[in-house]
Design a protein around this ligand. Sequence first.
Ligand code: LLP
Length: 418
Amino acid sequence: MHFFKYRSGELYAEEVPVKKLAVKYGTPLYIYSYKTLLRHFRAYADAFNDYPHLICFAIKSNSNTSILRFIAKNGGGADIVSGGELHAALKAGIKPEKIVYAGVGKTEDEINFALKSKILMFNVESEAELREINRVAGKVKKKASVALRINPDIDPETHPYITTGLRKHKFGISIEKALEHYRLASRLENINVIGIHKHIGSQITKVSPFVEALKKLLVFVDKLSIQGVEIKYLDIGGGLGIPYKDEEPPVPKDLAKHLIPLLKDRNFTLIIEPGRSIVGNAGILVTKTLYLKKGEEKDFIIVDAGMNDLVRPSFYGAYHNLLPVVRKKRQAVKCDVVGPICESSDFLATDRVINKINQGEYIAVMGAGAYGFSMSSNYNSRPRSAEVLVKGREHFLIRKRETYNDLTRNERIPAFLK
Ligand code: LLP
């Protein structure tokens, strides 16, 4: 559910016509709906209300400071995977004691930064990393709180590129090895074991992989308990899918209904790391039609948003619904909707049947709020787009469009070329 709706044939972001925003701020333009964000955040908070929990928003899905500030103001925490994300979280006012830090390649500098910031815990992905965190913590005379990320070998039945919890993946520690790793962690002088973590993939459209993975984890937690290792924080990761096309993914309430009964009589604080299911459908990318081109085999709609603005279609073959910003009665045509970038994989859609559109008209790429702007780049020396947040009748620029000067700002010319 989101608040981008047609009124008399015009697409609105809450109470504001999308076309008005496109004209005012230019395109390509990311537009977010505050009301949708709030609805999705509350859906988690309400669903898990009866169990001690912490919602750690996955910053990689959208790291705009205003979005993070919204999370902070609603009591949320953050799931981070880099020093940059830690910086963004703290700057936005997310409390360090609500920050969990995953990722297979944490550097010494990043570990130091996290220790200094007093985050809740590191989600450790290997023995080597555990030893490194212990070493770095020792150097600065601190104790690092950790959870071990378990790879439960569960297939979430999603796109192979966003599946993470199978044995063949680089993420986490297998259940077989985990007991040994926990024993080691308990022995290490500067490590404080407080949790267990898993994340099996993204855009998951069924409850069952979450249930199976949690059951596996709980059997393991009982084994740990016998060994004298007590777990306080149980972090189940993110991964809940959203409807891009015709998927009918479970909502947080469905997840809670199946997971909480498995946790009752246990004294955990549950951590959830949603990204896409909070911000995905709360954002759209608006693009302008530059040219219509009749190719030899295909018809093309050439728009001003490229794979540098939204890479998901090119990268994963992801489907995003395309809607005309002003709906007119026109015949349907089959075409590729492509960007200006010099790559054949630069498309928003291929062989898509959509209503005919004219040069200069706007298209809304739906479901672009997660892994949209955050995966955007400057490829082809294209300034990254602006971002706008709509709240009711109001709209706020939450990130300025980059300028040409921004593109070259950090570059230096060595003396011999001067
Ligand atoms: N926690 C961890 C440890 C993760 O690695 C991720 C996402 C999340 C939470 C949040 O997952 P979500 O609730 O958003 O599904 N770029 C891809 C998605 C990559 C997801 C990476 N990890 C895409 O555009 O589909």
